[in-house]
Write a protein that binds this ligand. Structure first.
Ligand SMILES: *Cc1c(COP(=O)(O)O)cnc(C)c1O
Length: 405
């Protein structure tokens, strides 16, 4: 850049309304400042999410009203406990809970909730975790619920006891039993259902916790399990709720929420110190929840169905393709399109097909279905993206079948 151009550039700055000293480049004298595209700067691949709310795909996109709440919160200091108090009250009210707190995800909600159950408000016990000498040290769950997610509970030091029947559960209960844990999405695989689980907890005076991480929609799940009587309910913020990915909600009994918070920042000397949630995320979580409950859910559902139908119609035009649409009963409860193809007719493996969609422009992510098939959901798509997805899938299916003739 010649000196003359620099000077010319500088004189243009105030005209374009850009603060002096800004290094934001201008396209031309009359154009608005070019927004920084940090993802592109970093050389990142962005993609259309035709897959769903996957942690490794960064969960969900933050709606403008959530981002605006977070930006507004970033301009002022407040006390971290104050913002948790106030947002927690509102969240609890929306979800029919006695109390609530924003955590660093559903996982963190489970760690802190379990810690709260074990320690109560006893500072000595809080400082002792994860050493459980002299404390309650077992959590009972069902065999079919005993998945990788129990590791969140094990962070507190507890041992997981897995049972199948009510008889086994009642036999497993002893003075070391801290809590009964229920994983909602595997409920259909278990012999004991949610209501009975709560009743068993009540009968034996043991707190119950449920993990409903990815279980909205339907929106009613936000309060269903609080109404049912679970002592603690844990949900992810950055899945169906479209809040910050590193946020979640722990809600339930007031004394247990208070105890859980004593195991978390801003306090230290506890196992939750690394699970900090900043004020922007607390406020963003609240804004996302409020937005979510106020959505027209029937309309949303119809939009998802229309998008899925559009993609299905495009895909099934190719000979050798079979499609079906189902709705998972719990977790990722949204119309899900399965596209399966006959590998004798359409000569491409599922992995290679996914890779071709990924390498296309724009890049598209879908997930593996069973066998030679892919699964597609539309709830994480932006308006109009279904047209691109439909066209790209049809194109790749056609290409792969053309090579056989
Ligand atoms: C995603 C998920 C979690 C973890 O939630 P985060 O919000 O990522 O911490 C826990 N349990 C289940 C069933 C999940 O799907």
């Amino acid at each position: 850049m010649k000196r003359r151009d620099v000077i010319k550039g500088l004189t243009i700055l105030p005209v374009a309304g850009v603060a002096m000293g800004s290094t934001i480049p201008l396209v031309s004298s009359c154009a608005s400042p070019v927004k920084r595209d940090v993802l592109r700067e970093l050389g990142l691949r962005t993609f259309i999410n035709a897959a769903g709310t996957y942690t490794f795909m960064t969960g969900s996109l933050l709606p403008d009203e959530v981002m605006e709440a977070m930006v507004a919160a970033s301009k002022e200091f407040v006390l971290l406990d104050d913002v948790q108090d106030k947002a927690g009250e509102k969240i609890a009210e929306i979800c029919h809970a006695e109390a609530a707190t924003v955590t660093a995800g559903c996982w963190s909600a489970m760690v802190l909730g379990t810690a709260g159950v074990i320690t109560g408000k006893d500072q000595a016990k809080i400082g002792q975790l994860p050493d459980l000498e002299g404390l309650k040290s077992e959590v009972i769950t069902q065999v079919s619920h005993n998945t990788g997610y129990v590791h969140a509970l094990k962070n507190t030091g507890v041992k997981i006891i897995a049972v199948e029947t009510v008889e086994e559960l009642e036999k497993a209960i002893n003075e070391k039993t801290a809590m009964l844990w229920f994983l909602n999405y595997t409920a259909p695989l278990g012999k004991i259902q949610d209501r009975e689980w709560v009743e068993l907890g009540r009968k034996h005076n043991i707190p119950t916790m449920i993990d409903i991480a990815a279980d909205v929609p339907p929106v009613e799940n936000l309060w269903k399990f609080n109404d049912m009587g679970f002592d603690l309910v844990c949900i992810s913020g950055g899945k169906g709720l479209r809040g910050p990915q590193s946020a979640g909600i722990l809600m339930g009994r007031k004394d247990l929420i208070e105890a859980a918070r004593l195991n978390a920042p801003p306090r230290g000397g506890n196992i939750g110190r690394g699970m900090k949630v900043n004020k922007e995320e607390v406020v963003g979580m609240y804004a996302a929840l409020e937005r979510y409950v106020n959505l027209d859910h029937d309309r949303e559902w119809k939009i998802w169905e229309d998008r899925i139908a559009h993609i299905e119609n495009a895909a099934k035009k190719t000979a050798g393709v079979r499609t079906s649409v189902t709705v998972p009963p719990i977790a990722n409860h949204t119309p899900t399109l399965n596209i399966e193809w006959d590998p004798e007719v359409i000569k491409v493996s599922r992995e290679e097909f996914q890779e071709r969609l990924r390498r296309g422009n724009p890049s598209i992510e879908v997930v593996a279905g069973g066998g030679n098939s892919i699964n597609i959901t539309a709830f994480m798509m932006e308006p109009g993206q279904e047209i691109i997805v439909a066209a790209r899938i049809a194109e790749e299916l056609t290409k792969a079948s053309a090579t056989t003739s």
